[in-house]
Design a protein around this ligand. Structure first.
Ligand SMILES: Nc1ncnc2c1ncn2[C@@H]1O[C@H](COP(=O)(O)OP(=O)(O)O)[C@@H](O)[C@H]1O
Ligand SMILES: O=P(O)(O)OC[C@H]1O[C@](O)(COP(=O)(O)O)[C@@H](O)[C@@H]1O
Length: 300
């Protein structure tokens, strides 16, 4: 089974407008609501690709209830912990030719509530996959992903981490199967500007030296780089299309990569599938559907 963990789920409120004007009342041309957060997006795209997963994490208040209900209606298995206080965040995504995002802080998770997550993670068995994705509420220590992986050390599982900064750096010594920072996040980790593909490959390899087994660096419309534990190095572009809403493209790439790799154990094919899923999301209003992914896969 694949388990995704989203510490800070969100309702993604996406509005389209011609132009965003500051110090003015802006009115949008269209609006849509999606149930998001990185792990949840991975579960949603896996579901669209016909693969089951269980979405774990913390929800709170009426927004949290809406997220849980929405996912269950879509046929996604959930096993969230409901927090005592606060509400799950609403992240505002403004599409006005440019993409502007305002992501909320989210509710506080108390120590007792965090313990409940560790109890649930005990169900994970040899052969399972654990995806830890997204930012954590500010009250939690930045070694929380590390603590989770450390608590599962005895089990033979594949761990995927899609996170930034210390949250990511701290887990590398546990040799995660896959990490997927984007280009900007890679630069931030090493406090450096990455100007060329050679720079990106150099620093992706540094993440591998620090312990990651497979390193996938996504570069939005410029494609992606994959450095594998088998010593292979791949670069790939993107499919052709018109960008509508790239929120969740990175999560879709993780889902596509996993879906293919778990079936075929072929890194090159997995990178293609990840790219098709990422691009399919960028070219859709919501997340990638099976039809859109299959269509784009033929063109990559
Ligand atoms: N503008 C785009 N055009 C085509 N494909 C895209 C575009 N943006 C993202 N993608 C696809 O999605 C993948 C992940 O996107 P990216 O924006 O780098 O991730 P993140 O959302 O994590 O920042 C890219 O490597 C690419 O395959
Ligand atoms: O947990 P974070 O880093 O605040 O990100 C949450 C946001 O990221 C998303 O999961 C999208 O992520 P990507 O665009 O990086 O794939 C949104 O659904 C959500 O609003």
């Amino acid at each position: 089974m694949i388990y995704t963990v989203t510490f800070n789920p969100a309702i993604d409120y996406v509005v389209h407008m011609e132009e965003l004007k500051l110090n003015m009342v802006n009115r949008c041309n269209s609006e849509a609501v999606y149930f998001g957060g990185k792990g949840i997006n991975v579960s949603t795209v896996l579901k669209n690709l016909g693969i089951e997963s269980v979405a774990l994490g913390f929800i709170a208040g009426f927004t949290g209830k809406a997220i849980e209900d929405g996912l269950q209606r879509a046929g996604i298995r959930t096993d969230f912990i409901t927090l005592h206080n606060g509400i799950s965040r609403i992240n505002v995504k403004i599409k006005s030719g440019k993409e502007t995002e305002i992501n909320g802080r989210g509710p506080e998770v108390e120590e007792e509530e965090l313990k409940l997550l560790f109890e649930k993670l005990n169900y994970i068995q040899d052969g399972d996959v654990l995806v830890l994705a997204g930012n954590i509420p500010s009250t939690l220590p930045s070694d929380v992903y590390e603590s989770i992986i450390a608590s599962l050390q005895e089990k033979k599982i594949e761990v995927v981490v899609d996170a930034t900064g210390n949250l990511l750096k701290n887990v590398l010594k546990y040799h995660p199967f896959l990490i997927k920072p984007n280009k900007q996040e890679l630069g931030e980790i090493f406090h450096t500007a990455l100007n060329t593909i050679e720079d990106i490959i150099t620093y992706a390899k540094k993440l591998q030296e620090l312990g990651a087994r497979n390193v996938l660096i996504s570069m939005a419309g410029d494609g992606a780089v994959l450095i594998t534990e088998t010593g292979q190095e791949f670069t790939i572009g993107v499919a052709k299309g018109t960008v509508k809403n790239s929120v969740g493209a990175g999560d879709s790439m993780v889902a596509g990569f996993l879906a293919s790799y778990l079936k075929e154990k072929d890194y090159e094919k997995a990178l293609k599938m990840g790219t098709a899923a990422g691009s399919a999301t960028a070219f859709s209003e919501g997340l990638a559907t099976l039809e859109a992914v299959e269509q784009l896969l033929k063109t990559i």
